[in-house]
Design a protein around this ligand. Structure first.
Ligand SMILES: Nc1ncnc2c1ncn2[C@@H]1O[C@H](COP(=O)(O)OP(=O)(O)OP(=O)(O)O)[C@@H](O)[C@H]1O
Ligand SMILES: [Mg+2]
Ligand SMILES: [Zn+2]
Length: 152
């Protein structure tokens, strides 16, 4: 049987090896919704993967990702790979990787935390594990439970 593939993109970014079920959260991180798509976006959900069984993939034309965006993807899909496509080829490939501290990417879940008061204090977490991510608030010491619900 003939296999149909997604139309290749000339320039853009492929976010590959997304944890199965996280593609829509990745779109949210990218800020892509029905009102602001201005180039082709392909979303593949539940794709067979040699490495991990099942994965999601998101392909965005004419866009490269800044570090903050890549770090947010690392928070919801620590095994994700970023492939930068130039002239139809994979020009660069790297794995997402959080640094030791996460600053201003997620809110603390503790309503009494100083970062949730009207103080000019940016939310900041120590990264105690990367896969799955374990984030501990630098200010109130609490571990963040619902990371994808608290993305900034
Ligand atoms: N021009 C393109 N348009 C759309 N998607 C592309 C394009 N080129 C590559 N891709 C996709 O980018 C991803 C990485 O491509 P690559 O050729 O490096 O695959 P791979 O060898 O399976 O890599 P990996 O080891 O990271 O899984 C794949 O999901 C592939 O389908
Ligand atoms: Mg592959
Ligand atoms: Zn806190």
């Amino acid at each position: 049987m003939k296999e149909f593939k997604v139309t290749p993109i000339r320039n853009g970014t492929v976010i590959d090896h997304i944890d199965c079920g996280q593609a829509l959260n990745v779109l949210r991180v990218l800020g892509i919704n029905e009102h602001n798509v201005d180039s082709t976006v392909s979303v593949l959900m539940h794709v067979a993967s040699k490495k991990t069984g099942w994965k999601d993939v998101v392909k965005v034309e004419d866009r490269e990702l800044d570090k903050q965006t890549v770090d947010k993807i690392a928070l919801i899909s620590p095994k994700a790979t970023i492939d930068i496509i130039r002239d139809f080829n994979v020009a660069e490939k790297y794995k997402v990787m959080l640094s030791e501290r996460v600053v201003e990417l997620v809110r603390c879940g503790n309503p009494n935390c100083i970062t949730n008061k009207s103080e000019p204090v940016r939310p900041e977490f120590d990264v105690e594990a990367r896969d799955p991510p374990l984030l501990r608030c630098v200010y109130c010491d609490r571990v963040l439970d619902e990371i994808s619900e608290n993305l900034i």
